[in-house]
Design a protein around this ligand. Structure first.
Ligand SMILES: *Cc1c(COP(=O)(O)O)cnc(C)c1O
Length: 288
């Protein structure tokens, strides 16, 4: 069993503002970030009848890679459905796609994935795209406890938590387990999409994270030169590598909304293996 508890919290300063960073990217070399937190339940619990895990989503997803690690540790077969693999990627495997295949992921291509078409029985565990599931609360509760402990031990007043959202599962569960305000921004879809995601997991809007306004609208997965430049500036000044997909939008939003009356804890949600393919795309597009 691998131990993924208690990632460090570090102080950094960036653009003359100070932040605390919860380094969940350092949880474990193979199993890290918010996907490790979300899937921790499956790592810890026993599933005597399960032999196979099935999931679906994009061909470069961070969740896909983390599930491939989980399956290796659990000795489960891993079947993953995508709707498309570009021939370029097939010929030049990289990033999450490459390392998930190296962990023996079985990739299936279908035009229109539907859970109903699967032949699921008690030997098969099905995990929704991106890990938007109730069981995620188990590992996120542990993350919340670590934050509470740090806050108490260091006597931090006016704390605010910030993390960028995809499905919103991580930020929503964190808010459920914390009295401290959790702030987030939409990276996949817009603010309305994120609000809907929250409502699916929690009816009571008072228990939802605060959705901060983004400085500008971004389309998920699209490349923006200013995002790359912000990522690079962060890496240079803080010596911390953030993810290239969610974190530039997150940092841009947090800097835009920064209020020096508060102490901000930014949650680093991992995803660094995905940077390999994101960087290639940036280099290719902008001739960097
Ligand atoms: C998956 C992921 C997110 C989004 O998490 P949600 O729980 O879907 O909101 C954010 N950052 C990174 C690095 C991720 O891998």
């Amino acid at each position: 069993m691998i131990n993924i508890k208690n990632s460090p919290i570090e102080k950094i300063s960036f653009q003359n503002k100070s932040f605390l960073i919860k380094r969940d990217d350092l949880l474990h070399k193979d199993f890290s970030g918010n996907k490790a937190r979300k899937f921790f339940y499956f790592l810890e619990k026993d599933f005597p009848k399960v032999t196979t895990l099935v999931s679906h989503g994009s061909n470069q997803s961070n969740a896909m890679y983390s599930l491939s690690v989980l399956c290796k540790l659990k000795n489960w077969d891993f079947i993953y459905y995508v709707n498309h693999v570009p021939s370029y990627l097939e010929d030049n495997p990289q990033g999450n796609y490459k390392y998930a295949l190296e962990n023996d992921m079985k990739l299936m291509t279908v035009d229109d994935f539907s859970k109903k078409d699967l032949d699921l029985d008690e030997t098969t565990l099905f995990i929704e795209e991106g890990g938007a599931l109730e069981e995620a609360s188990y590992g996120l509760n542990i993350l919340a406890d670590e934050i509470v402990e740090y806050k108490q031990n260091n006597n931090i007043k006016n704390l605010k938590i910030f993390l960028p959202s995809g499905t919103g599962t991580t930020s929503l569960f964190l808010q459920k387990f914390l009295n401290t305000e959790v702030m987030t921004c939409a990276c996949v879809g817009d603010e309305n999409y994120l609000k809907k995601q929250f409502l699916e997991l929690e009816e009571n809007e008072n228990k939802h994270p605060t959705i901060l306004e983004r400085k500008k609208k971004y389309h998920f997965g699209k490349l923006y030169k200013e995002n790359y430049l912000l990522w690079k500036e962060l890496k240079f000044h803080t010596k911390v590598e953030f993810d290239l997909l969610y974190d530039p939008v997150g940092w841009d939003t947090l800097l835009y909304n920064y209020d020096d009356r508060y102490t901000y804890l930014y949650i680093h949600q991992g995803g660094l293996i995905g940077n390999e393919s994101m960087l290639q795309r940036y280099i290719h597009k902008y001739q960097l």
